[in-house]
Design a protein around this ligand. Structure first.
Ligand SMILES: [Zn+2]
Length: 128
């Protein structure tokens, strides 16, 4: 059982929450000028971080408010929660090393970069 500390209600069981994916993803302001590949990258590609990851959660069976959390995906430990619109606490920046110090390549930390290259039509991807 995972206890998630809602910033509005306090700690509750994870069954009360819904996962919203990667945090701090802003919708592109120039989407009308984006290529299909760029739009697909925005819509579908997400980081697959092993280690500290900023993600969105909603307290669906409680206050129904969205918030952000810093979670260590390797240990499932919630390190911090903060309200939408607030910066991550502690000066968190993306790309922190994994807990075990694995290299970026092959550890899952490079998922979006590797997948983008594999599906890039100009790079000989699987599209005709
Ligand atoms: Zn709540």
């Amino acid at each position: 059982m995972l206890l998630i500390p809602c910033p509005y209600c306090g700690a509750r069981d994870q069954t009360e929450f819904g996962y919203g994916g990667e945090a701090h993803r802003a919708r592109p302001t120039d989407s009308d000028r984006m290529s299909d590949a760029q739009w697909a990258h925005y819509v579908f590609m997400r980081k697959n971080t092993k280690g500290v990851f900023a993600e969105r959660w909603v307290h669906a069976a409680g206050c129904r408010k969205w918030f952000n959390a810093l979670r260590n995906t390797a240990t499932d430990e919630i390190l911090a929660v903060y309200r939408m619109g607030e910066p991550p606490p502690g000066g968190f920046t993306d790309g922190l090393p994994t807990p075990a110090g694995e290299p970026a390549i092959g550890s899952g930390n490079d998922g979006s970069t590797v997948a983008l290259g594999a599906f890039d039509p100009g790079a000989g991807g699987d599209r005709p």
